[in-house]
Design a protein around this ligand. Structure first.
Ligand code: FAD
Length: 380
C-alpha cells in the first residue's frame, strides 16, 4: 500500500482503532516496521475479549477441518514462542508462556467419533487410549474414552500477554489514546480513500487506518456501505485454585476446558451464547460450567473459588476473520473477527497487517479472509 508520507520522507502514519490484543499486536509490528502509530481505544486497553480469554494457542484443538484457516492458525502457533520472547525482552515482563500441550478428552461416543475423524488431517496429534490418558493426567474422570494428545497447543496468560504488549508498544513510542471512542472513519470524497478517524476529541488523520475494534467493528464499516456479518459471542469463565496442582496439560472436552496457569490457578471455560453486548456472568451458567469441569476432573469440586467473568468474542458468520484490504476503501486494513482464536492469531495477524501496510507479499493467502466477502453479502 503506498502512503502519502512515502513521498515526503517523513515516517508514514497509521491509526489503529481498538486496543485489544489484535490492535496492540498490530501497533507493535507496525512500529517495528517504521510507522508512526497512534492506537485509539474507547475505554482502557485490553478490557474486552482479550483479557477474558483462556489463552490457549489451540491450532489443533480449535479447528475442525483442514484448509487455509487451519494453516493460518498453524503459522501463528509457530511464530508464538519467538514473538513472546521478543516482547518479554522489550518490555521486561512475562506473558507466562507454558509449553505444555492439550489433552482433548472424549467423554461420549459422538465426541470420540468427531475427534478420531480429525486424525486424517491434523498434525502434531496422537490418539491416546483411556489407560494411557489416565497415565498422562491421573486426575481425569475414569469415564474418559480416550482422546487426542496435542503437544503443540501451548498457552499464555492473556492478562500478562496484554501487560507485556502494552509495555512493549509504549517503549516503541507508539501514541496511546485511551477513553477516546472513534465515532467514524473519515473518507476522501470521490475516491473513498480512508484519511483518518473522527474521535470524541476531534478528527485525526493518517496515511493508513487499521480496523481492530473486535465485536464493535461493524458500527465503523456500516457508514462505508459494508455490513460486516459479525456479532458478539458471550463466553463465561471461572478461575479456581487447588493446594497442589491437579493437572499438567490443559484438559479439554466438548463444552469445557481447564487451563492450569503458572500461578497455580486454573481458568475454566467457556460458555457460548449470543446475547448482544451483555457481558454479565450469570449464576446458572457458571454453575453449569462448574458441573462440566467436575465431571471432567472430579477433584475440582473442592477447589477454591477465585473469580468469574465474561467477555465478548468477535464472532463472524463463517467463523473466519476479516483480514486484508477492500478495494472500495483504500487505506483501510481489516484485522477483526478473530472469534475464538484471537490470542492464538495475534502474531500472524500483526505480521500480515505490517506486510499489507508496507505493500509486501503477505505470509498467508488472504483470499478466504477478504472483507469483500461481506461486500458480496451486503450487495445481495
Ligand atoms: P477485543 O479484545 O474485544 O478488542 C477490541 C477493542 O476495540 C476493545 O478494547 C474495544 O473497546 C475497542 N473498540 C471497539 N470499538 C471502538 C471504537 N469505536 N473506538 C475505539 N475503540 C473501540 N482466543 C484464543 O486464541 N485462545 C483462547 O483460549 C481464547 N479463549 C477465550 C475465552 C473467552 C471467554 C473469550 C470471550 C474469548 C476467548 N478467545 C480466545 C478469543 C479472543 O479473546 C478474541 O478472539 C480476541 O481477544 C479478539 O481480540 P480483539 O483485539 O479483536 O478484540
Amino acid at each position: 500500500m503506498s502512503t502519502d508520507s512515502s513521498h515526503t520522507g517523513a515516517k508514514p502514519t497509521v491509526i489503529i482503532v481498538g486496543g485489544g490484543i489484535i490492535g496492540c499486536s498490530a501497533a507493535y509490528e507496525l512500529s517495528k516496521a517504521g510507522f508512526a502509530c497512534t492506537l485509539i481505544e474507547k475505554g482502557a486497553l485490553n478490557q474486552e475479549a482479550s483479557t477474558a480469554a483462556a489463552g490457549m494457542l489451540g491450532a489443533q484443538s480449535e479447528t475442525h477441518r483442514p484448509g487455509p484457516y487451519y494453516e493460518l492458525c498453524r503459522l501463528s502457533q509457530q511464530l508464538y514462542r519467538a514473538w513472546t520472547d521478543e516482547l518479554e525482552q522489550v518490555s521486561g515482563l512475562t506473558a507466562q508462556y507454558v509449553a505444555e500441550g492439550i489433552v482433548r478428552a472424549a467423554l461420549t461416543e459422538e465426541d470420540e467419533a468427531e475427534l478420531r475423524g480429525r486424525l486424517s488431517w491434523i498434525r502434531d496429534a496422537e490418539w491416546v487410549q483411556p489407560a494411557e490418558m489416565l497415565k498422562l493426567e491421573p486426575e481425569l474422570t475414569a469415564a474418559v474414552r480416550g482422546g487426542l494428545y496435542l503437544p503443540a497447543d501451548h498457552h499464555v496468560h492473556p492478562v500478562w500477554l496484554a501487560k507485556t504488549l502494552q509495555a512493549a508498544i509504549a517503549k516503541q513510542g507508539c501514541t496511546i489514546r485511551e477513553w477516546t471512542p472513534v465515532i467514524r472513519l473519515l473518507t476522501e470524497p470521490g475516491s473513498g480513500r480512508i484519511r483518518g478517524v473522527q474521535t470524541s476529541e476531534g478528527p485525526l488523520y493518517a496515511d493508513l487506518v487499521v480496523l481492530a475494534a473486535g465485536a464493535w467493528s461493524p458500527a465503523l464499516t456500516e457508514p462505508l456501505g459494508l455490513s460486516l456479518p459479525m456479532f458478539p459471542v458471550k463466553g463465561q469463565c471461572i478461575s479456581l485454585k487447588t493446594e497442589a496442582p491437579l493437572i499438567r496439560s490443559t484438559v479439554f472436552t466438548k463444552g469445557c476446558y481447564v487451563v492450569p496457569k503458572r500461578d497455580g490457578s486454573y481458568i475454566v471455560g467457556a460458555t457460548q451464547t449470543e446475547a448482544g453486548f451483555d457481558k454479565r456472568p450469570t449464576a446458572k451458567v457458571i454453575g453449569e460450567l462448574h458441573a462440566k469441569a467436575t465431571a471432567l476432573l472430579p477433584r475440582l469440586a473442592e477447589a477454591e473459588f477465585v473469580s468469574t467473568w465474561a467477555g465478548l468474542r468477535p464472532g463472524t458468520r463463517d467463523a473466519l476473520p476479516f483480514l486484508g484490504t477492500w478495494d472500495a476503501a483504500p487505506g483501510l486494513i481489516f484485522a477483526t473477527g478473530h472469534y475464538r482464536n484471537g490470542i492464538l492469531l495475534a502474531p500472524a495477524t500483526a505480521r500480515i497487517v505490517a506486510e499489507l501496510a508496507q505493500g509486501r507479499p503477505t505470509s498467508a493467502d488472504l483470499a478466504p479472509f477478504t472483507p469483500a466477502r461481506a461486500a458480496a453479502d451486503t450487495a445481495a
